[in-house]
Design a protein around this ligand. Structure first.
Ligand code: SAM
Length: 353
């Protein structure tokens, strides 16, 4: 793990308090940034893209949707009228943050946010802290997108100048063991858990369970099954932001791997598969397409109508979710939901014994 020079971050004045970082009342430093992405990210992406694009169904892992531009587009998606998950989850968080954050009243600990993205939801949790909790909490956002991580940290420090942040640029599928020991509440919010197949999701949860002691907790967001029309609308917004977000994965591949995909050659396709209980997001070739991905040493061709799978988003029944928790050795302690039961936030602990 390598430290990133925090200077550029410390130099930023706090808009609301009028203080600079060094003036603040916790002079030991409010923000440090480390990265686990020391190994050549480009090399890893090349391997992932090579294996995805040569499989029986062409695919690119959804984590590559999130370069700096992709992260900004996702923030916009969260504000769209069709995109119910964010406002529904926020409503649950706003209502229950004080209960969830009681965790920090009892003693010092880390609030680790996995795939943190924008600072929107963590604000809601931080507002639920009481005075004692605010003294005890340390915030550890973890995201693959450094730009988004730093932008969110800046914004948080503007409004919570007392907050101690240790940001980690990391791939949570590979670097979970870099998360520090000590009391922790792991927040894995949004529908990100749903981006993994059952087997991958269980493996991921097992990884988290492996770094949790009996007193630690995990707060997991899961998007629940609901009428397919509502789900499909959320991934096919009228303004086309999700389509732009989807096509951006090719822009990212072009940029990092010296590929020559033409984005206009692909149309956005997102649908709910009731058998698999998941949304699938694809890019569909409008015509016969050939592209060269230089860093992966690969020439790909697609027939007209052939697709590249860019994301799955599973929707859960309580039973299906319980099955994942059980297989991962986790048990629900509290289950928070909204009036329609469209979204759930489940507080999990490791199973005793
Ligand atoms: C669907 S967004 C959710 C963002 C935020 N948690 C929310 O609930 O709105 C997924 C976030 O996880 C990050 N991410 C995706 N895959 C990742 C990975 N393998 N490792 C680290 N971060 C990842 C993305 O950069 C993005 O910020």
């Amino acid at each position: 793990m390598r430290k990133i020079n925090p200077q550029r971050v410390f130099d930023t004045p706090c808009k609301h308090s009028g203080l600079t970082r060094s003036d603040s009342f916790r002079p030991e430093g409010l923000l440090s940034v480390s990265t686990c992405m020391d190994t050549d990210f480009r090399q890893e992406m090349a391997e992932d893209v090579l294996s995805g694009m040569t499989g029986s169904v062409k695919s690119i892992p959804c984590k590559y949707l999130y370069d700096a531009y992709g992260s900004r587009l996702f923030d916009r998606i969260c504000t769209l009228p069709e995109y119910y998950p964010t406002r529904t989850e926020l409503e649950i968080l706003d209502r229950n943050a004080h209960l969830i954050m009681e965790f920090f009243t009892e003693g010092e600990g880390s609030l680790i946010e996995i795939g943190s993205g924008s600072d929107l939801k963590i604000r809601s949790l931080l507002k639920g802290l009481n005075r004692e909790g605010a003294r005890h909490v340390r915030y550890v956002p973890v995201d693959i997108c450094e730009t988004s991580l730093l932008r969110s940290a800046h914004r948080l420090l503007d409004d919570f100048p007392w907050l101690c942040i240790h940001a980690l640029v990391a791939d949570f599928t590979r670097h979970i063991n870099h998360l520090q020991d000590g009391r922790k509440l792991i927040a894995f919010l949004g529908g990100t858990f749903g981006n993994f197949t059952h087997e991958q999701g269980v493996a991921l949860l097992k990884g988290f369970a492996g770094i949790m002691s009996g007193r630690d907790r995990m707060l997991l967001g899961i998007d629940m099954l609901k009428p397919p029309g509502i789900i499909e609308a959320a991934y096919n917004d009228q303004s086309g932001v999700t389509a732009e977000f989807n096509r951006n994965i090719l822009r990212h591949v072009n940029h990092r791997l010296r590929a020559d995909f033409r984005l206009d050659d692909f149309e956005h396709l997102a649908f709910f598969d009731p058998d698999r209980e998941q949304v699938e997001m694809h890019l569909r070739a409008r015509s016969r397409i050939s592209a060269h991905i230089a860093e992966a040493g690969l020439c790909v061709s697609l027939e007209p109508g052939e697709t590249i799978l860019t994301e799955i988003s599973r929707k859960f029944s309580r039973m299906r979710a319980m099955d994942c928790f059980d297989q991962a050795g986790l048990v629900p302690v509290r289950w928070f939901t909204d009036a329609n039961a469209w979204f759930s936030l489940v507080e999990l602990a490791v199973r005793a014994g």
